[in-house]
Design a protein around this ligand. Structure first.
Ligand code: ADP
Length: 249
């Protein structure tokens, strides 16, 4: 869709308060996760979340290289978030940029909280997140799929990382921003938590929200993560889910 105009004159809600794609304020876009999609990786997952299409490949734990990067106490989680040149409307210049380096860092740190990294000193776990089609919320969709890919590699985990975004459009707090809402809305708040402990492992925001709106947004996200976690669990075999459940006890 081509949208002309500035943020202030873009209508993101219809007269009856619905969003442009017909969703209510608290409705998620459709989410589908598959695992075991790549033969050569130790673990893999593919997620479709709204118009996002993202593939994740996991390798490891394997000896960290170069050697000076090794941590004698734990495995290093190295996520690499990459957007394909064809993933957005205008061709994206291939290769890392400031945005992808930042997203890779926050995803690595979130996954580090969920994986039993202490069990694998001197190793690294590589998590390649390839955005094939971007449609807002890619860091959260990538992280949500990465958790499934890590679990499918048989890497011991304490918990699932599960996330969602919320934001504000035309003064209303809404869940799971679409691309138009992300581009022309008033706030964008991606957040991820550990599903069992509820610990917040990723929280970023741009735009502005009052404290009340912030509380409303995080509350909406927390409710949504329960549903998204069910989709993650369904994607994994019962074997992996049982292992994660035991891991956190
Ligand atoms: P996220 O995808 O996690 O929401 P951003 O808020 O930075 O991250 O980006 C929002 C959306 O803007 C992306 O999902 C994508 O659709 C679009 N986008 C991001 N970077 C680019 C780019 N370099 N070129 C075109 N569109 C982009």
């Amino acid at each position: 869709m081509i949208i002309l105009g500035t943020a202030s004159d873009i209508k993101l809600l219809t007269k009856d308060g619905r969003r442009l794609d017909g969703r209510t304020n608290e409705e998620l876009r459709p989410i589908k996760i598959e695992t075991g999609v790549l033969n050569r990786a130790d673990g893999s997952a593919y997620i479709e979340w709204g118009g996002n299409k993202i593939l994740v490949a996991v390798y490891g734990p394997r000896e960290a290289y170069p050697k000076h990067t090794q941590n004698i106490n734990k495995a290093i989680v190295k996520a690499r978030y990459n957007m394909a040149a064809f993933s957005v409307d205008e061709r994206k210049r291939p290769g890392p940029d400031r945005r992808s380096i930042e997203i890779s860092k926050v995803i690595s740190e979130a996954l580090d909280q969920a994986i039993m990294v202490e069990q694998f000193p001197r190793t690294q776990i590589d998590v390649f997140i390839e955005v094939l089609q971007a449609d807002a919320g890619t860091r959260i969709a990538g992280l949500t799929a990465a958790t499934v890919a890590v679990a499918s590699a048989g890497i011991p985990m304490k918990d699932f990382v599960v996330g969602c975004t919320a934001g504000k459009v035309e003064g209303k707090v809404v869940l799971d921003l679409s691309k138009e809402e992300d581009n022309f809305g008033q706030a964008d708040l991606p957040m991820a938590v550990l599903s069992k402990s509820g610990k917040v492992v990723l929280l970023q925001m741009d735009g502005d929200l009052s404290v009340e709106e912030f509380d409303q947004a995080t509350e909406m996200i927390l409710t949504a993560t329960k549903r998204i976690n069910e989709i993650q669990r369904e994607a994994l075999s019962t074997r992996f889910v049982a292992e994660i459940e035991e891991g956190g006890e």
